[in-house]
Design a protein around this ligand. Structure first.
Ligand code: LLP
Length: 417
């Protein structure tokens, strides 16, 4: 299982790797993201173990959680990085990732970002269109260099997941359409400041069924064989990320081994290095979002609300994707209630759960919104003038603040009047 969940009850108190979440909230305030360093490392090692028989290079997709300490934890274990913007590249470099271990993606890279990536010496830029390849070629020429590129293929495979996070369908904006590929490969030799070293795909996120990977990899391998015959020296096949995690214990994620046992026999004969770009599966279950119950109230139908001090500004996934996140009382209770757990933001979509059975916690007590390590803090905002919360990393008995709580001064610092 890829869910190295290190949040457990110690008696009646929920703890992270043995450290009481109650104590962390008292010390650092709420809302608070708490991340387990051991859980991060365990997830990465489990992924590596599953694909150990395949020559590969894992690049953590930092968009899932771009905190410098999180990136650094993976980098220190030998992991590379997949970045999607100049900002993410900057973060990865600041976290100490070697540029030759960074791959640069993105459907709309600006010329400045291409220049930054080339000057930084990243392993490759993954291109998503002919126009972009021309742009990279021109910029590489101006810089007097040859750019190593991969082409992101749109395999036209519609993986079953939330419609907002399926990316391998040809009606989506991602990658080069299969109909366009012959033109691209025919023109490529004229773009003399490019060196095509890889083919790439990413079919979506939170994909439970390995068969979608099989279908897309079959297409990628067909293209690889054709391109090899044209004489392009492909060294890498990048099959993206998208591996699932368990958010809801009633819907357990497919173990990573099930993906490995299908993909390794397909990819090994290609004789190239396979790149993986897992994001969510390495980080989702390594963090919780701690929040305090401010008020409880009931409407005339008997419906109960728990108003908490975190909201969609810290975790937008329930509002955006109707995502399920488990909610645990930090101090467990014998009684439970059915309630809506809602935030303080002025939107009806600002909820963590609706009509959910949870422990009958009282005002002032803490709740932990589980699986908050991926696409939570990174998708946060200052909407409603909210301050971004603090984040702490639990590493054995050590607790380190890895992001300070934002201040009122910081939220206006770039404004002029
Ligand atoms: N590679 C590329 C090119 C990607 O676009 C993504 C995610 C990944 C790798 C990593 O995918 P993962 O292993 O994390 O599934 N905000 C959404 C997820 C958006 C995924 C975007 N791309 C959510 O909260 O569910």
């Amino acid at each position: 299982m890829l869910d190295s969940n290190l949040f457990h009850y110690n008696g009646r108190t929920l703890s992270c790797d043995g450290i009481s979440l109650e104590e962390l909230a008292d010390t650092y305030g709420t809302p608070l993201f708490v991340t387990s360093a051991k859980s991060l490392a365990d997830s990465y090692r489990e992924f590596e173990h599953a694909f150990a028989d395949l020559p590969h290079f894992t690049c953590y997709s930092v968009k899932a959680n771009f905190n410098l300490s999180v990136i650094k934890t993976f980098a220190e274990l030998g992991c590379g990085c997949d970045v999607n913007s100049g900002g993410e590249l900057y973060r990865a470099l600041q976290a100490g990732v070697a540029p030759e271990k960074i791959i640069f993606a993105g459907v709309g890279k600006k010329p400045e970002e291409i220049t930054y990536a080339l000057k930084s010496g990243v392993l490759m830029l993954k291109s998503e269109s002919l126009s972009e390849l021309r742009s990279i070629n021109r910029i590489a020429d101006e810089l007097g260099t040859v750019a190593a590129v991969a082409i992101r293929i749109n395999p036209n495979v519609t993986a079953e997941t939330h419609p907002y996070i399926t990316t391998g369908d040809s009606k989506e904006k991602f990658g080069v359409d299969e109909g366009e590929l012959p033109t691209v490969f025919a023109l490529l030799p004229q773009l003399s400041n490019l060196r095509l070293i890889g083919l790439d795909m990413h079919i979506g996120s939170q994909i439970f069924d390995p068969e979608y990977y099989v279908a897309a990899t079959t297409k990628l391998l067909d293209i690889f064989n054709a391109v090899k015959d044209m004489g392009f020296p492909i060294e890498y096949l990048d099959i993206g990320g998208g591996f699932p995690v368990t958010y809801d214990p009633r819907k357990p994620a497919t173990p990573i081994e099930r993906f490995a046992e299908k993909l390794i026999p397909m990819l090994k004969p290609a004789g190239v290095k396979v790149i993986f770009e897992p994001g969510r599966s390495l980080v989702a279950n390594a963090s919780v979002l701690l929040t305090r119950i401010l008020y409880k109230k009931r409407n005339h139908t008997g419906k109960e609300f728990f108003v908490v001090d975190a909201g969609m500004t810290e975790l937008i996934r329930p509002a955006l994707y109707q995502a399920h996140h488990e909610i645990l009382a930090v101090t467990s209770h014998d009684q439970s209630v059915v309630a809506d757990v809602v935030g303080p933001v002025c939107e009806s979509s600002d909820f963590f759960a609706r009509h959910r059975e949870i422990d009958a916690a009282e005002e002032g007590e803490l709740l932990a919104v589980m699986s908050a390590g991926a696409y939570a803090s990174v998708m946060g905002s200052n909407y409603n003038g909210r301050l971004r919360p603090a984040e702490v990393l639990v590493n054995g008995s050590e607790v380190k603040v890895i992001r300070k709580r934002e201040s009122y001064e910081q939220i206006i610092q770039n404004e002029l009047c």
